[in-house]
Design a protein around this ligand. Structure first.
Ligand code: E4P
Length: 225
């Protein structure tokens, strides 16, 4: 499973890319609004930061297909045609996806709460579908289960589209989908850090270090012996 960052904080993204195997990033208008910059200035910085080798997904704002199509073309023109245009999975969104996908743009169907939204996005030409795991949980349904059904739809119909699961609040949600074999998960920095944020893990590493220092001397490492 590929891991993406669902945030727009440049320093945090730099830190996470330095530490972890990060395959790209996602934004939405609410994430961009948190950092108060001009959206295009921030998006250009993020595109540069992720570079050509990592994916970047940027969301449209318009509520109608013509508006989404115009924004999609503009996103690709400013940020590069390899940028994924995130389009909400509403009826006007599917109309926009049909046009943009025929023109060769990369599409991510977003705001997915139900498997049939994902199905319609895929048939409309989306390469990625982004179900919102925790938001579905908060509605009293099972977000992980919804994503598994979407993955089954993809597998059983022979679609090439992939799942980019989003809206995670804890490691368990990510773990279950990683074990199920979904393509990608996009997570906020705290969720990624929490994959290994355990006192037991740190204590084990520190115990090994202190045992080593008993024979090698304080502050020594293997490279210094
Ligand atoms: C992904 O790109 C979505 O916009 C995002 O994951 C939604 O997450 P939230 O439910 O934490 O806002």
């Amino acid at each position: 499973m590929r891991l993406l960052i669902d945030d727009a904080n440049i320093e945090e993204i730099r830190r996470l890319m330095d530490l972890y195997p990060i395959s790209g990033g996602t934004t939405n208008p609410s994430i961009l609004a948190k950092y108060g910059d001009d959206p295009w200035t921030l998006l250009k910085k993020l595109r540069t930061l992720y570079g050509e080798e990592r994916d970047f997904h940027v969301q449209t704002i318009a509520m109608d297909a013509d508006g989404m199509i115009g924004e999609g073309r503009h996103i690709a023109e400013v940020l590069g045609k390899n940028t994924f245009v995130k389009i909400p999975c509403i009826p006007e969104g599917f109309k926009a996806m049909k046009t943009l996908s025929k023109e060769g743009y990369r599409i991510t169907g977003t705001c997915i709460y139900t498997p049939l939204q994902a199905y319609l996005a895929i048939e409309s030409g989306a390469q990625y579908v982004a179900p919102y795991v925790d938001r579905i949980d908060n509605m009293g349904y099972d977000g992980v289960e919804v994503v598994k059904i979407i993955q089954d739809i993809i597998d059983n119909n022979g679609y090439e589209a992939k799942v980019l699961a989003a809206s995670f609040k804890n490691s368990q949600q990510v773990l279950e989908l990683c074990a199920y074999g979904i393509d990608s998960a996009t997570c906020v920095p705290s969720v990624i850090d929490n994959f290994t944020n355990s006192a037991a893990i740190l204590a084990a590493v520190e115990k090994f270090r202190s045992d080593f220092e008993k024979t090698a001397g304080q502050g020594k490492t293997m490279a210094e012996l």
